[in-house]
Design a protein around this ligand. Structure first.
Ligand SMILES: *Cc1c(COP(=O)(O)O)cnc(C)c1O
Ligand SMILES: *[C@@H]1O[C@H](CO)[C@@H](O)[C@H](O)[C@H]1NC(C)=O
Ligand SMILES: *[C@@H]1O[C@H](CO)[C@@H](O)[C@H](O)[C@H]1NC(C)=O
Ligand SMILES: *[C@@H]1O[C@H](CO)[C@@H](O)[C@H](O)[C@H]1NC(C)=O
Ligand SMILES: *[C@@H]1O[C@H](CO)[C@@H](O)[C@H](O)[C@H]1NC(C)=O
Ligand SMILES: *[C@@H]1O[C@H](CO)[C@@H](O)[C@H](O)[C@H]1NC(C)=O
Length: 547
């Protein structure tokens, strides 16, 4: 067999090689070698092509094994135990003057007593959120609006849109909220959607819809979504719930928008959804939605815009005199948008909208069970029964505000944000991440540990959000910050805190905030996970009494 033959026909070469190899072997040997080779290849494929890269998995496995070494295991368990004790101790300390109801009262409690107890318990907590000392959280607090929504909720508290035949009025209100929102985001008359209990549910629903859409229309069985690292944690939640893979794309370290080159590279035949934020939670920057939309059109993949935080600001910004880049249904690739009515829509907590370009997409959000003995069961979102009152109060808040008041509220919030941003930029020792577009300003420092600033501000009653990778803190400006004097007080307190900090810039972070620094440095994220579970437990469970 000459070389010429090999070059001309590799197939002949392989055939000769195999025949030579199996010469004189019995059939069973041939069969078993073949079978094991195939099985081994399948295993290799499974091993190398998993959701996580090989390096990531090796790292995790290494840590998992490391955590199994008895001495290490013991030390970690002791450490977690003591942290858990610490959390419990904190909670026990802060709740030691309180009594907890643990048994259902034998006979019912009178109305006045319940209201008294309620009023009393509502005074718990140390932050002056009404006075604008807290980032985000409460977007508007106003007696008139509260009176209105109380009356509306009172009249609708027993309604349940699960039964449209009983409460068609609630379904009509939901449809009206969706229609008004669709118009604000420049959707045409084909745009439809659902009201949900909040941003997280809106995002879960969109991810579910596009996972199913990808499977049914394109046959994708290993769905992936491509998102910026700055996207809300609800997308990771969706991926955990719905078994999808998230491809996190880093952001540009100057603009704090997603890196489009890497974004494009991550798209493949399993991609069911592309996501951009308008704006994102950590930095308040808006990704280049128009470019992401173009990618969506080019590759025929739906694009979701997460406007949960800033949606009901961004759609009024042009009218308020602060035009921003287009990031809604006017872009052809944008197929769905989530926007929280319970943030800058100023509705009470418990409502959000998710909108789709047309009903073909929305249908994949529904679940339908046809063979249940209880009847054919269809529901649009996570919940079965839904509080009709949440729909009604959202509807009432939107109607009560009207466009003019939203535009004015937006103008106030953005004006205050720009004012604070300008003030902060003049202060030495800190910098602002990227260009905030709506209401979030994120701060970092090259000169000192930025968490020291949040500790110092906490002493002055301010509660800001903590960011990691890299370390930072942010303030999300709400209506509560637009009151006279609040912004100036904030800037003044930052200045005073920084004067103190910059006297010893290299001092380490102390107190609770030190945990964040440590947590960021831990390579094994599973410990951070354990730690977070303990924290949730300590907040949600009634503390056990000390024996
Ligand atoms: C708040 C927020 C969400 C999730 O909203 P919830 O109402 O808290 O569930 C999603 N995305 C962004 C950018 C947000 O700020
Ligand atoms: C509990 O009550 C005591 C006595 O009234 C008071 O000194 C203490 O500050 C209270 N503790 C808390 C956490 O409120
Ligand atoms: C809160 O409610 C409890 C009953 O759960 C009541 O005993 C208590 O007095 C109320 N006030 C405070 C501040 O806890
Ligand atoms: C769905 O159920 C959750 C948990 O029971 C609840 O908090 C939420 O308000 C409900 N969703 C809607 C749309 O009301
Ligand atoms: C930003 O990224 C560029 C290129 O990746 C890198 O050279 C630079 O050091 C980074 N700057 C910062 C502040 O991280
Ligand atoms: C703000 O308050 C929350 C809740 O009490 C707390 O978890 C968080 O650490 C506080 N943040 C700062 C910067 O003080």
């Amino acid at each position: 067999m000459g070389l010429g033959v090999v070059a001309a026909s590799p197939f002949v070469f392989v055939k000769e090689l195999l025949n030579g190899h199996f010469q004189g072997k019995e059939p069973w040997q041939i069969v078993s070698v073949t079978t094991s080779t195939v099985l081994f290849s399948v295993w290799c494929y499974g091993f190398f092509f998993q959701d996580e890269s090989l390096v990531e998995r090796s790292k995790k496995t290494a840590f998992r094994l490391f955590r199994k070494i008895p001495a290490v295991k013991k030390q970690i368990e002791d450490e977690l135990e003591s942290i858990s004790k610490g959390f419990e101790e904190d909670v026990r300390e802060s709740t030691k003057n309180l009594t907890f109801i643990t048994e259902l009262p034998k006979s019912g409690i009178k109305r006045e007593d319940i209201i008294n107890k309620l009023d009393d318990n509502l005074t718990l907590g140390n932050y002056d959120w009404k006075g604008g000392k807290v980032s985000g959280a409460v977007y508007f607090y106003n007696e008139d609006l509260i009176n209105l929504v109380s009356e509306v909720y009172g009249k609708t508290s027993y309604t349940n849109p699960l039964h449209p035949d009983l409460f068609p009025g609630l379904c009509k209100m939901e449809a009206e909220v969706i229609r008004m929102s669709a118009n604000l985001f420049h959707g045409d008359e084909d745009v439809v959607g659902s009201m949900t209990s909040g941003g997280t549910e809106s995002i879960l629903m969109a991810c579910k819809a596009f996972r199913d859409y990808g499977r049914e229309i394109k046959g994708i069985i290993k769905p992936e979504i491509v998102v910026p690292t700055t996207v809300h944690a609800a997308f990771d939640k969706a991926a955990q719930y719905f078994k999808m893979k998230v491809r996190y794309i880093p952001i540009d370290n100057k603009t704090y928008q997603v890196d489009l080159k890497k974004f494009k590279k991550a798209i493949n035949s399993n991609t069911v959804l592309l996501v951009g934020s308008a704006p994102n939670f950590p930095y308040g920057t808006i990704d280049d939605i128009s470019a992401i939309s173009e990618l969506g059109v080019k590759y025929n993949i739906p694009v979701h815009v997460d406007s949960c935080l800033g949606g009901f600001l961004s759609c009024f910004m042009e009218d308020a005199g602060y035009p921003i880049p287009i990031c809604d249904f006017r872009l052809p690739g944008v197929i769905s948008i989530s926007a929280d009515t319970h943030k800058y829509g100023y509705a009470p907590k418990g409502s959000s909208v998710v909108l789709y370009r047309n009903k073909n997409y929305h249908h994949h959000q529904y679940t339908v069970t046809t063979d249940w003995p209880g009847g054919v069961y269809g529901s649009p979102s996570v919940n079965g029964s839904r509080p009709g009152g949440n729909i009604a109060v959202c509807w009432a808040a939107m109607l009560n505000f009207g466009k003019d008041k939203y535009v004015q509220a937006t103008r106030d919030v953005i004006h205050t944000t720009k004012y604070i941003e300008k003030g902060l930029r003049r202060i030495k020792g800190i910098f602002i991440f990227g260009q905030p577009v709506t209401s979030v300003i994120a701060l970092g420092s090259n000169d000192f540990e930025i968490y020291r600033l949040s500790t110092a501000l906490k002493e002055k009653g301010w509660n800001l959000s903590v960011l990691q990778f890299p370390s930072g803190i942010h303030i999300c400006v709400t209506r509560q910050h637009t009151k006279p004097g609040v912004a100036d007080q904030f800037l003044e307190d930052v200045r005073i805190a920084l004067d103190e900090i910059l006297k010893n810039p290299s001092e380490p972070v102390e107190g609770k905030m030190a945990i964040y620094g440590v947590a960021q440095a831990l390579p094994d994220r599973s410990i951070v996970g354990d730690f977070t579970r303990l924290f949730l437990d300590s907040m949600l469970y009634i503390p056990k009494q000390k024996k």
